[in-house]
Design a protein around this ligand. Structure first.
Ligand SMILES: Cc1cc2nc3c(=O)[nH]c(=O)nc-3n(C[C@H](O)[C@H](O)[C@H](O)COP(=O)(O)O)c2cc1C
Length: 209
C-alpha cells in the first residue's frame, strides 16, 4: 500500500463522526506505514462535473462497444481525469454518514462519475462484467444514527455499507474492511459507547493492514 485516497462524504467538517473515526484509523495506519502517501478528497468541497445528457449518451455508446460522439468527447475527457485520479491510488478510505438509509448524494455523484465502461469496469456483449480496479484495498467508515451491526432486525435497511461493498465489488475491489460508527443518536452515554466501540474497531482493522 503506497498511496491512499481518503474520501470524505460528510459536510460536517470536524464534527463529523465518520470523519473522526476515519482520521483515527488513518493516524494508526500512517504510524504503521510511514511512507504512505495520503490525499484527501472532501466531496462537499469538490467541483464534481455534472453527469448529464452528454455523459450518459457517451456511456451508452461505450457500453455498446462504440466510440463516444465528438459532442461528448470533452465531457468524457473530463470524466476520465476523475477515473485516472481514482485509479492512481492503491487504497481507498471512504468516510460516510448514512443519509436516508443510503449514502449522501455527493458520494453517489462521485460514484456515478467513476463507474464507467472501459475505465473502471469492462463489459462484453454477453453481459459479462470485469472490474478494472482489482488489486486495490478499500476501507469504509460508515456512520449512522441507527445501531446497524448490532440489531439484525434492521439489517435490511442498510443501503449504505451494503451498497458501497456492492459497488466496490462491481469495479473489482474485493479487499474491503469496514468500521461502523453506529448508534450516534441517543443518550450521551450510549453515543459515547458507540464512539468508543468504533475507535477500538478502527484500531483493530488498522492493525491488520
Ligand atoms: C439528511 C440526513 C439523513 C439521515 N438519515 C439517516 C438514516 O436513514 N439512518 C440513520 O441511521 N441515520 C441517519 N442520519 C444520521 C446520520 O447518519 C448520523 O448522524 C451520522 O452519525 C452522521 O455522520 P457524520 O457526523 O459523519 O456526518 C441522517 C442524517 C442526515 C443529516
Amino acid at each position: 500500500m503506497k498511496r491512499l485516497l481518503m474520501v470524505g462524504a460528510s459536510p460536517r467538517g470536524e464534527r463529523s463522526r465518520s470523519g473522526m473515526v476515519a482520521d483515527h484509523l488513518l493516524a494508526r495506519l500512517e504510524a504503521r506505514h510511514p511512507m504512505l502517501e495520503v490525499e484527501r478528497l472532501d466531496l462537499f468541497d469538490a467541483a464534481l462535473p455534472a453527469f448529464d445528457q452528454n455523459a450518459v449518451e457517451g456511456r451508452y455508446h461505450l457500453l455498446a462497444g462504440n466510440a463516444v460522439d465528438p459532442a461528448q468527447a470533452a465531457v468524457w475527457h473530463d470524466l476520465k481525469k476523475w477515473t485516472d485520479h481514482f485509479l492512481s491510488f492503491d487504497a481507498l478510505l471512504i468516510a460516510t454518514p448514512m443519509w436516508n438509509f443510503g449514502i449522501p448524494y455527493r458520494l453517489k455523484h462521485y460514484i456515478d462519475i467513476l463507474t464507467q465502461p472501459g475505465l473502471t469496469f469492462r463489459n462484453d456483449s454477453q453481459g459479462n462484467v470485469e472490474g478494472l480496479a482489482q488489486g486495490r484495498r478499500a476501507i469504509i467508515v460508515a456512520a449512522s444514527a441507527m445501531p446497524f451491526g448490532s440489531l439484525p432486525e434492521i439489517d435490511g435497511l442498510d443501503f449504505q455499507l451494503a451498497y458501497l461493498k456492492a459497488w466496490l465489488g462491481f469495479i473489482g475491489v474485493t479487499d474491503i474492511g469496514a468500521v461502523r460508527v453506529a448508534g450516534t443518536f441517543g443518550p450521551d452515554e450510549a453515543v459515547a459507547a458507540a464512539m468508543a466501540q468504533a475507535f477500538a474497531d478502527a484500531d483493530r482493522l488498522a492493525d491488520t493492514i
